[in-house]
Design a binder for this molecule. Sequence first.
Ligand SMILES: Nc1nc2c(c(=O)[nH]1)N[C@H]1C(S)=C(S)[C@@H](COP(=O)(O)OP(=O)(O)OC[C@H]3O[C@@H](n4cnc5c(=O)[nH]c(N)nc54)[C@H](O)[C@@H]3O)O[C@H]1N2
Ligand SMILES: Nc1nc2c(c(=O)[nH]1)N[C@H]1C(S)=C(S)[C@@H](COP(=O)(O)OP(=O)(O)OC[C@H]3O[C@@H](n4cnc5c(=O)[nH]c(N)nc54)[C@H](O)[C@@H]3O)O[C@H]1N2
Ligand code: SF4
Ligand SMILES: [Mo]
Length: 719
Amino acid sequence: MQETRYAICPLCDASCGISVRVEAGRIAQVRGDPADPLSQGHVCPKVAALADIHDDPDRVRQPLRRVGDAWHEVRWDEALDAVAASIADLQRRHGRDAVALYVGNPIGHSYSALLFGLLFQASLGTRNLYTANSVDSLARLFASVELYGNQAAIPVPDLDRTGYLLVIGANPVVSNGGTICAPGMKRRLTELRDRGAKLVVVDPRRTETALLASEHHFIRPGTDALLLAAMIRTILDGQSARSPATALPVQGIETLRTALKPFTPSAVSGAVGITAETIVRLATEFAGALSACAYGRMGTTVQEFGATTTWLIDVLNIVTGNLDRPGGAMFASPAVDLGRLARALGQIGRRGRWRNRLGGFDEFNGEIPVAALADEMETPGRGQIRGLLTYAGNPVLSLPNGTRIDRALGKLDLVVSMDLYVNETSRHAHWILPTSFGLEHDQYPLLFHALGVRNTAHYAPAILAKPPGVLHDWELFLELAARLSMRKGLPAGAWGRLLRATLSRLGPTRVLALLLRMGGAVRLADLERAPHGVDLGPLEPRLRAILDTPERCIRLAPPALVDDLHRLRNRLSRAPNQHGDTLSLIGRRHLRSNNSWMHNSLRLVRGRESCTLLMHPDDAGRRGLADGQKVVISSAVGRIEARLELSDEMMPGVVSLPHGWGHDRPGARLSVASAHPGVSVNDIVDDHGYDPVCGTSCLNGAPVSVRAAESAAPPAEAW
Ligand SMILES: Nc1nc2c(c(=O)[nH]1)N[C@H]1C(S)=C(S)[C@@H](COP(=O)(O)OP(=O)(O)OC[C@H]3O[C@@H](n4cnc5c(=O)[nH]c(N)nc54)[C@H](O)[C@@H]3O)O[C@H]1N2
Ligand SMILES: Nc1nc2c(c(=O)[nH]1)N[C@H]1C(S)=C(S)[C@@H](COP(=O)(O)OP(=O)(O)OC[C@H]3O[C@@H](n4cnc5c(=O)[nH]c(N)nc54)[C@H](O)[C@@H]3O)O[C@H]1N2
Ligand code: SF4
Ligand SMILES: [Mo]
């Protein structure tokens, strides 16, 4: 039997609507859904790999227990009881923080896992909670708390109406955007240019996005805050007391003006690598545009000045009067109001209520930055992490100093992975608890609707049956939470049982229905009748409903960030090491790759090798290196070998390597990926490099040196 069903691609923030031909319970074909009001038929090459994951022979479809090197299939009851008993036992003997939880990126794509995960987290009661946030968007969340009082207040560029878009440290043509839901970026940016709007890209690499731009400027990694500070200073200098910003409820503009004094365009120009005249012109044009918007992503969040840079991006939008107005940076009005939900759940982004055991990091919203994880696992003493639970994450490849994480995982008393694969991380697990995936459960892009460049609401029921031996993520969370609260014999145990009984009877869909009803825009029943999704109109100003600061004002000059300007000023005296031995290492993404976990799809990995080190020909010439040659890349924490690819798309002094590769670790069960392993850039990214303001790891900008490998002969053919 064959039928066409509609669903939502769960792979990235774009959340494209898809039409899926299902034959005999399997995906026969996936296409973009032209009737989806937001994605309008757009999909990228990754979408075809959805079928590969669903059908992957390597996928884990029954709970596994590892004894030595051997994996044994076990029954769910046995696995759940044993895991709960081991967690409770470790916590009883060594304290509740002895068991840590790491939550990876895919949780963001499952509303049911997000909601029920909170319950599991509460039942675990550990302060050692880590997530991919601190290698991703923590700086963004931090800046939102400081400016607007709620981490859920994330402005998105009003792409389809703006007159001027400044993209700084993002490559949305490839990534399809992060912390923004705007499927079809290439089309949107082309239309932006076609209607006469300006697109400026600032990036140490002439990216696929830069190729669409009106202008592109190279920038030295980690110096964006200097550029932005000088632009804002220039704008404030030329602004009268009746600035556009004064129309917004802002506080602290004078403090800001004073704090930015030292950052003149000529003072920052040398460090940034952009002339003072260009900086002044960029500032003047941005301020003079009918509407304008600055947007930053991984290049501005996971670097030395992540929090400060993100704050200044918003400040630029605010002081030019471009926040909360059409064509500027706006807040979506999602059908489930995330800001309100965050408030109700106590998740607005409080911080500093505790620190990690070894010190150095404040908790943010209950989590500790991953920069602390390896130390917390390896340093003995009470509270040392002895057990790690991972949910939909692959820390061995995704976190800085992956080699060290790998080693530390091998020594833990308990590792439990709630995952689809025996991969680089879960090969260390004592237990793997497999879950359903993607189209096997219902979908509602809870987070991404709140980041939409247009207000839409889309619900899709499950369209594939889950394999009989797996649980839905939310079921797994409930089962573990219930067993844990019973084991621990907490007074909450009875409540836990009651809650579990109630919630499992309700199920996530009923909870979603309730949340939609509270939002008031649309009901679940309406969405069930609209398989392509519902259009709720263009973005509308709503700052006053968003603001959660006690003052009901935007805090333009929050002390934590203004104080960081001293550190930023010191950055000015650091000499650029362009012609020395050291190069600055940055990351990149590829259209056919998704973080660390989709390389087991043959159609995505075959063809030209993409895990190469990009370098400017001048840098190669100076080192006597040639295109295609194997090179050794060394840093303070490790060395890896990769194939060199020369290109003048790189800024001289900067090299780029993608992350998520390195599938040659023994014991993983990834038959395709292990034949196309690549190397893991995180083996040379230092876990002790982080932004001291918010604790985000510096994945971009690490100093490395590059030399020829011993066996330097270029390959006969790629792979
Ligand atoms: N195809 C594909 N799409 C994806 C993903 C994927 O793996 N593959 N991952 C998804 C995820 S989880 C995320 S978070 C998003 C990320 O989305 P993006 O942030 O758009 O993706 P990146 O390719 O990391 O882009 C970061 C850009 O910053 C530049 N850069 C590096 N350092 C600096 C710097 O110091 N200053 C400036 N100005 N620029 C710098 C890099 O050259 C790069 O072009 O993508 C999502 N979409
Ligand atoms: N050097 C460097 N490092 C980076 C980055 C970078 O740009 N440079 N990017 C960072 C970013 S932005 C991110 S988001 C992180 C990602 O880092 P992580 O979130 O740690 O890892 P992923 O590669 O996304 O792996 C996702 C895991 O979840 C599993 N999985 C997928 N779907 C499901 C599901 O529905 N249920 C369950 N239970 N499991 C599932 C997959 O099998 C895989 O093991 O990497 C970060 N690391
Ligand atoms: S852009 Fe993202 S959501 Fe859209 S099809 Fe590609 S991976 Fe899926
Ligand atoms: Mo991410």
